[in-house]
Design a protein around this ligand. Structure first.
Ligand SMILES: Nc1ncnc2c1ncn2[C@@H]1O[C@H](COP(=O)(O)OP(=O)(O)OP(=O)(O)O)[C@@H](O)[C@H]1O
Ligand SMILES: [Mg+2]
Length: 337
């Protein structure tokens, strides 16, 4: 039997259902700056009776990009058509999507940094001029056909804004970055979720789960569900701090919210590379994970928590990482020497 352990990357892949997804700005907790801005732009579009400018939402996985896109469509009273860049393979696929849009529709393209170059060029003119040129035939018989596209709003989402080309980025009128949530916001999200899921958890229990949710609503919700599974099976009727502690230990989530993979990454940098610097591909090979997953899922949180530093020569474990992992103190050295 092959035993597979679920990692944070698995946790972050999908949401099992939409029951916990906020449907309106009022339900969307935290991210006040981003929410406030988008609310204004949506309201202005509603007053003007015009379409919302193309919008790019970026940030680590599970922070609410898809949720915000759906809320925007709800608040504009528009239809949202959802796709993701890897699903659009050919020119024909993109044309089919663009030409079936109705006036005012929202087109949501997830993982937009993965859109192929040739398709990006089609998208440029669709976004800017609401026209697309398609080439029919080949060689001397080739003709260009210009088709009109209805006025639509493109909402792009990505975890890696750095991989988006300049020309594409410049065609978004609204660009907003989602960052990790503070513990207070995660607490409120957990309160809301436990109400919806009818999970009996007290404030101390909520605080404990919130502190260990990596500032990420999706992880907070998952942990709540898994802890409530333990609670059910072990016939407890309340999740308090002690029970949350116990269940999180079973789930291998430590007191800082680091999971087995986070700790493996730090351990490898410390044990095998004397704390670094080491390239991400070497780390990825050592922990049998894709480099892209390390960069998108694990690194942002480890960096935000001050356990990892990124420099021109690679990744380094900080002295906080040494301490957290139970190693003797590290002699700090500059990344830029
Ligand atoms: N501000 C919020 N308030 C309450 N719940 C939230 C909030 N943001 C996200 N969530 C919850 O977290 C889940 C994950 O959010 P979402 O799917 O929007 O993340 P994402 O940024 O699109 O992630 P990915 O990059 O993986 O696509 C949602 O299903 C929702 O239940
Ligand atoms: Mg998403």
């Amino acid at each position: 039997m092959i035993e597979e352990k679920l990692t944070t990357a698995d946790f972050l892949k999908t949401d099992i259902d939409d029951t916990l997804r906020p449907q309106s700005f009022a339900d969307f907790i935290g991210q006040n700056k981003v929410k406030g801005n988008i609310k204004v732009f949506v309201e202005a579009a509603n007053i003007r009776k015009s379409t919302l400018d193309h919008t790019l939402l970026y940030g680590p996985p599970g922070l609410g990009k898809t949720t915000l896109a759906k809320i925007i469509s709800n608040e504009l009273g528009k239809i949202i058509k959802i796709t993701s860049a890897p699903a659009i393979e050919k020119q024909g696929d993109l044309m089919a999507i663009l030409t079936t849009l109705d006036e005012g529709d929202i087109l949501f393209i997830d993982e937009i940094h993965r859109l192929k170059k040739v398709l990006e060029e089609i998208l440029y003119s669709a976004m800017e001029d609401f026209k697309v040129d398609i080439v029919i035939g080949e060689g001397t018989g080739a003709r260009t056909l210009r088709l009109a596209v209805p006025h639509f709003t493109l909402i792009g989402a990505t975890t890696r804004v750095g991989s988006i080309t300049g020309p594409l980025r410049s065609r978004f009128g609204i660009i907003e970055r989602l960052d990790f949530y503070d513990t207070e916001s995660i607490k409120r999200i957990l309160e809301r979720s436990s109400g919806i899921l009818k999970v009996n958890i007290n404030p101390e229990g909520i605080t404990e789960v919130a502190k260990r949710s990596r500032g990420t609503p999706r992880i907070a919700n998952r942990l709540l569900k898994r802890i409530s599974d333990f609670c059910l099976v072990e016939k407890k009727n309340l999740i308090d701090k002690e029970f949350a502690d116990y269940a999180l230990l079973q789930l291998e989530v430590d007191e800082k919210g680091l999971d087995a993979m986070d700790r493996k990454i730090l351990k490898i940098i410390i044990d095998h590379y004397e704390g670094g610097p080491v390239g991400v591909s070497a780390i990825a090979a050592a922990v049998s994970e894709e480099a892209e997953t390390i960069e998108d899922v694990y690194e942002p949180f480890l960096i935000q928590q001050g356990f990892l530093k990124r420099g021109p020569r690679g990744r380094m474990a900080s002295s906080a990482a040494y301490e957290h992992m139970g190693y003797p103190c590290k002699k700090e050295e500059s990344l830029f020497q």
